[in-house]
Design a protein around this ligand. Structure first.
Ligand code: IPM
Ligand code: MG
Length: 369
């Protein structure tokens, strides 16, 4: 089997963690006869510096021609001028939109070996295993009109939250399919007591539920959900929500696991092609020191194997290697340890090698893809 992977390391710690993720992917590929072709492209701040654009057309074209995109992070203080015409984040948003990646899967599974790193009491973490599905190409991030005007009473800024029925239906349907293969519960999170778009969201979610009699649907207001994620995180199985609600709630959910450096994500659209990136940012404060946690990027490789290449066994090999390394006490600084990015990557890679041939045992598509 062959696959073309577009690498977009981006800014800050992006290149450091992407490098380790790629090495893990190479290890897995060697173990299961997967021939990979990589090409690397600028996105974000480094792309602005090189070309003036956060998403150069050549980057988008290469990503569109790839089977999967592995991305690091974008942004940094040198591009943070609020008056700037172009921003690194625009590159990421344009890539998500340009590839039609309307669903962002963010699994949160705290590791028993890291219970001491969580801000929550260990008893609150028992049974926590949730999947957040964030709508990714609509809502507050993509509404028009947007912009600034100067009015007689002062400056005015506008962002709009728009959803169509079709946009809601496809992401909620995906959430139901994912839940059907898990514990059978969808929590749809909105602000229906205030927002019209949320009332449409709630209505469409309820309609979709009728097609999935074995999956339970609950609606929860986003403020209450934010609280419950901390007070009773085991309450959740699959969460589906608006773009910005999902952005905020997943940073919050990362606290459960002990470090935002641990969490991966998959951005998916209509076909198998996907964009895989850790949920953390470019962490300019530690960039260049070689101490960033590569686990979020490495677990993104597992999601890439699962969702874009259909290599479920290989995905599990990577996930097990991460779990084993953490259980053995391998920890980067964010987890209270001293390992460098490269050492952590090596610890995980060794365990992928040890898993040997069982990556080749199956290439099965997950039930819900
Ligand atoms: C994320 C990030 C991005 C987002 C930023 C960098 C634009 O926070 O992937 O969660 O808000 O989507
Ligand atoms: Mg975010």
């Amino acid at each position: 089997m062959r696959a073309r992977i577009a690498l977009c390391p981006g800014d800050g710690i992006g290149p450091e963690v992407t490098h380790e993720a790629r090495r893990v992917l190479d290890e897995v590929a060697a173990g299961c006869g997967l021939a990979l072709a990589y090409d690397e492209h600028p996105i974000g701040g480094c792309a602005i510096d090189a070309t003036g654009q956060p998403l150069p057309p050549a980057t988008l074209a290469a990503c569109a021609a790839a089977d999967a995109v592995l991305l690091g992070a974008v942004g940094g203080p040198q591009w943070d001028d609020p008056a700037a015409a172009v921003r690194p984040e625009q590159g990421l948003l344009a890539l998500r939109q340009g590839l039609g990646l309307w669903a962002n899967l963010r699994p949160v599974t705290p590791y028993p070996s890291l219970r001491d790193r969580s801000s929550l009491r260990p008893d609150r973490l028992a049974g926590v295993d949730l999947m957040v599905i964030r709508e990714l190409t609509g809502g507050l991030y993509f509404g028009t009109p947007r912009g600034r005007t100067i009015e007689p009473e002062g400056r005015r800024a506008v962002d709009t939250l728009v959803y169509t029925e079709a946009e809601i239906r496809r992401v909620v349907t995906l959430a139901f399919k994912v839940a059907a293969a898990r514990r059978g519960k969808v929590t749809s999170i909105d602000k229906a007591n205030v927002l019209e778009s949320s009332r449409l969201w709630r209505q469409v979610a309820t309609e979709v539920a009728a097609d999935f009699p074995r999956v339970r649907l609950e609606h929860l207001l986003v403020d209450a959900a934010a609280m419950r994620l901390i007070t009773q995180p085991s309450y959740f199985d699959v969460i589906v929500t608006e773009n910005m609600f999902g952005d905020i709630l997943t940073d919050e959910a990362a606290v459960l696991s002990g470090s935002i450096g641990l969490l991966p994500s998959a951005s998916l659209g209509d076909g198998p092609r996907g964009l895989y990136e850790p949920i953390h940012g470019s962490a300019p404060d530690i960039a260049g020191h070689g101490i960033a946690n590569p686990v979020g990027a490495i677990l993104s490789v597992a999601m890439l194997l699962r969702h874009s290449l259909g290599l479920e066994a290989a995905a599990q090999t990577v996930e097990r290697a991460v779990e084993d390394a953490l259980r053995a006490g391998c920890r980067t600084r964010d987890l209270g340890g001293t390992l460098t990015t490269a050492q952590m990557g090596a610890a995980i890679r060794e365990r992928v090698v040890d898993a040997g041939g069982d990556t080749s045992s199956a290439a099965l598509l997950r039930a819900y893809r």
